[in-house]
Design a binder for this molecule. Structure first.
Ligand code: HQG
Length: 181
């Protein structure tokens, strides 16, 4: 695949595996898994001349953010769901601190209501402040980095899941667990 084709296919895969599985004739289980063959069938006509399963494997292998996971002929998005995927990731006790990159505009809301999942099922957190800065730069050239007292929140029964080596997901996190700049 060319890089352009890879990006196009990856965008279709996030639509299918995070947001609109029904539109691709897919059924996701509670952890977000679906057979690779079903996804390949759904995407086949968009990539004439390329084996769709090979193309999918290439996108998975080259994903800079480890957006997808393959296991036992099944595939899932590692994070980012708007559809229910209640067991995605691995329920794990978090480190003392995680990070969240956001915008100046969101800050007053976050001070009041804490981190909310907004359109997704879970709040997304970064393992390092560098990664959080990259996440924030998607939306702003003035990144705001919040330090999340994750272990303390977990003690107060907020659940955390490891998605990738750089990304965690969590339930809503109250402002009392956030350190503002
Ligand atoms: C903000 C990308 C108002 C939050 C990234 C963020 C990540 C609030 C936005 C992954 C709020 C939600 C997720 C509150 C949070 N009031 N705004 N109470 N609480 N917000 O995209 O973390 O490339 O759903 O700060 O790299 O930006 O797609 O979350 O600005 O890993 O693979 O509401 O998506 O990965 O935005 O990004 P998002 P996110 P991919």
């Amino acid at each position: 695949l060319t890089e352009r084709q890879r990006i196009q296919l990856s965008m279709m895969m996030t639509q299918a595996l995070r947001h609109r599985p029904g539109q691709f004739n897919l059924t996701l289980d509670s952890a977000g898994w679906t057979p690779i063959s079903d996804l390949a069938a759904a995407l086949a006509d968009r990539f004439a001349g390329v084996d769709p399963a090979d193309a999918i494997a290439e996108v998975v292998a080259l994903s800079d953010k480890t957006r997808y996971e393959i296991k036992d002929n099944r595939i899932r998005a590692t994070y980012g769901h708007t559809v229910e995927a209640d067991d995605s990731g691995q329920l794990t006790a978090p480190p003392a601190y995680l990070f969240h990159g956001t915008t100046p505009q969101a800050l007053p809301h976050i001070r009041r209501t804490g981190l909310q999942p907004m359109k997704r099922r879970r709040v997304h957190l970064s393992a390092t402040d560098d990664t959080a800065t990259i996440v924030a730069r998607r939306r702003t050239d003035k990144p705001i980095i919040l330090k999340v007292r994750a272990a303390e929140a977990a003690q107060a029964r907020v659940r955390f899941w490891v998605a990738t080596d750089r990304t965690w997901t969590a339930e809503p996190i109250g402002p009392e667990f956030l350190e503002f700049p």
